[in-house]
Each structure stands twice: as C-alpha cells, then as structure tokens.
Ligand binder design. Structure first.
Ligand code: NDP
Length: 328
C-alpha cells in the first residue's frame, strides 16, 4: 500500500505517517550497511522523516545517518531530518547538556556537522530542563529558526503544563512557538498522549511524532517466551529496559500480548502490524516513528498501513478492553 502523509499539527509540513528512527540501532546495535539498507527501504516506501538525537550512540547515530544521507543522492527537499538536544553527546562538563542557550546552539551546530546538512527540519528539546527558564530555551530555539538552522522546534516528554507555559511565553514575546511533541505512545502506554495532552491538540494544533510504537518489541510477541538472543533486551547496556518483561506488571502485559495475538490472527495480520496500525488510528498522531534492527522487520512494519481500515470501532473496543487495564 502507498505511504500516507499527514500535516504535522497545524503546520503546512507533510510528514509520512510512518517514519524511521535510529535510537539504539544506528552506530550501536547494527552495522552501517544495515542502517543504509533500512534508510533506503524506508525512503523507497515513501518515508520522508528520519529521527535522530545528539545522545544516540553519543553522536555516532547522527554521523552514520549523515553519511547515508550524503551518499543517497536524495533531494534535500524530499526528506525531513531531526535532532534532539538535552542529554548531550560526548562530554559531561557543565554546559554540555541541558537546555541553556549555550548548549542548544552548540548542540545544533554539532548535529548539523554530524548529519552533514545545512538545517534541521525538526529540532526537539529531548526532555524538560527544570534548571533553565523556558524563556531562555524558547528564545534560543526561536533564534535558530530565524537564522534558518532549524525549521520547526518542539519538545519530547514535556508535561502538558510545560508545553502550555512555553506557548504562553512565545505568544507574549512574539517568538516561534513549539509545534510538535515526541512522546511515547503504544497500546501499553496511553495516558499522557490521550488524556494529559488532549487540550493541547485543540488549543495549539500540536503535532506529534510518537516513539516506541511496539514498546521496544514487547508488542511483537517476541518476548513471550523469554528474551531471545540478539534482541534489544538482550543487548549489553540496555539491561534497564528488561523491566518491561521481568518487572512489576510484566506477567499481565505478556498475557495481554497473547490476547492481542489472537485479534491479529482474526484480522489476518500480525502483531507488529496490529500495534502500529492501532497507533495510526489516532488522528492526533502525525507520524509513528518505527525502530528496526533488520530490513525484514521494517518491511513487516510498513505493512501496518494495510491494516488500519480493518480496525473497526468494534475491534478498537476489543483492543481497549485488552490494553487499558495494563496500560499506563
Ligand atoms: P519500537 O517500540 O517499535 O521498537 C523497535 C524495536 O523492536 C526494533 O529495533 C526491534 O528490536 C524490535 N522490532 C521492531 N519490529 C519488529 C518486528 N516486526 N519483529 C520483531 N521485532 C521487531 O520503536 P523504538 O523504541 O525503536 O522507537 C522508535 C524511534 O523512536 C527510535 O528509533 C527513536 O528515533 C525514537 N525514540 C524517541 C525517544 C524519545 O525520548 N524522544 C525514546 C525512544 C525512541 P530488536 O530486533 O533489537 O529486538
């Protein structure tokens, strides 16, 4: 099925409803040739947004992506690329992380160098920074937009109250306001996206680029019989993620995955496609950022587009009944 596109919130920018991210994979879990194949398979399928951050593999994910973009021959106008600032790349001296004007500007320049592009389409504040006034952050983002180094700025995992405060400051000072949020959203993680942010879609025309649509793979069913070798949860350095299959509530989540698998079979589809199609049903989702360590996974997940129409109101009610009791 052909790729579909949505406006990013109230902006004129069109983003493919499925996009590709690089967290954990690029520069770390997978080799550069696989990263290249993933980006080309995605682009060939109509994906126009590639997500990145200064912190991914300490800047290496941007270096890998930048090299692939450079060699691709793709017109710059045919894709969007992002970076995110907050956690820092290399270095943990004062001012090498956070949302101060100094770090935002330096991190932007570093991302542009690593990605080998003249401007970032989307630039996110990767987390809120309680130690920096939002006014300072908003002014720095506004200035980067005026300088043409960034086209749109946004937030990631900010509270609704923090986003609202940023809008109030930008309105008062005549600054470019944040356009988009990058929150986690999947069948098992719903409350913030569906409840807390609800007023923001109406008030500010907030766009969203959602992450971990498959809850790091849990919603593919791959963890139903332990942690397979080579999977994300088996990857050294990512032990902290294992809580989703071993920590509190894990048994109930795994049981819910079994129930979701039955629904997938009835709909003549697969669990990953069902989970991603469910995200796409929400009109407040501008794009679902896919993660993949193999091209076969990406191809499988892109097939979610074919499943969206099968999620009738009756099916959605069933999915609610299965997921809501175990979701946060
Ligand atoms: P998912 O929840 O979809 O997890 C992706 C992982 O699940 C893959 O890398 C793979 O891991 C496994 N997987 C995916 N598809 C399949 C399949 N069909 N069959 C079996 N296993 C599969 O997304 P991510 O957590 O990767 O998030 C997507 C993107 O969102 C990131 O790349 C990043 O750009 C962004 N993000 C942003 C965050 C933020 O704070 N703003 C935080 C996290 C992500 P494996 O093969 O290794 O098991």
């Amino acid at each position: 099925m052909n790729m579909t596109y949505r406006r990013l919130g109230k902006s004129g920018l069109q983003v493919s409803t499925l996009s590709l991210g690089s967290w954990v994979t690029f520069g770390k879990q997978i080799g550069d040739p696989i990263a290249r194949k993933l980006m080309h398979a995605a682009y060939d399928a109509g994906v126009n947004f590639f997500d990145n951050a200064e912190a991914y593999a300490d800047g290496q994910a941007e270096i890998v992506m930048g090299g692939i973009l450079k060699k691709s021959g793709w017109r710059r106008s045919s894709y969007l690329v992002s970076s995110k600032v907050f956690f820092g790349a290399k270095g943990d001296r004062p001012n090498e992380e956070g949302l101060s004007r100094k770090h935002i500007v330096e991190a932007c320049h570093a991302a542009l160098r690593r990605l080998q592009v003249d401007y970032l389409d989307l630039y996110f504040c990767h987390r809120p920074d309680p130690a920096t006034p939002i006014e300072e952050t908003a002014r720095a983002m506004h200035d980067l937009i005026v300088q043409g180094k960034v086209l749109y700025w946004g937030t990631s995992e900010w509270s609704a109250a923090q986003i609202t405060r940023a809008h109030a400051i930008c309105a008062r000072l005549g600054l470019h306001a944040p356009l988009m949020e990058q929150p986690q959203y999947n069948l098992f993680h719903r409350a913030r996206f569906e409840k807390e942010y609800a007023p923001l879609y109406r008030k500010f025309g907030l766009g969203t680029t959602i992450w971990s649509p498959l809850a790091s793979g849990l919603l593919t069913g791959k963890y139903s019989r332990g942690i397979p070798k080579g999977s994300r949860l088996a990857t050294p350095g990512l032990e902290w993620l294992r809580g989703i299959v071993t920590g509190p509530g894990a048994a109930r989540r795994l049981a819910a995955v079994q129930k979701l698998a039955k629904v997938a079979i009835e709909l003549d589809t697969t669990l990953p496609r069902l989970g991603i199609a469910w995200c796409l049903k929400n009109p407040h989702v501008s794009t679902v950022i896919l993660g993949a360590s193999k091209v076969a996974q990406l191809r499988e997940n892109l097939g979610a587009l074919e499943v969206v129409d099968r999620l009738t109101p009756a099916v959605m009610t069933r999915l609610d009944r299965i997921s809501k009791p175990v979701a946060d």
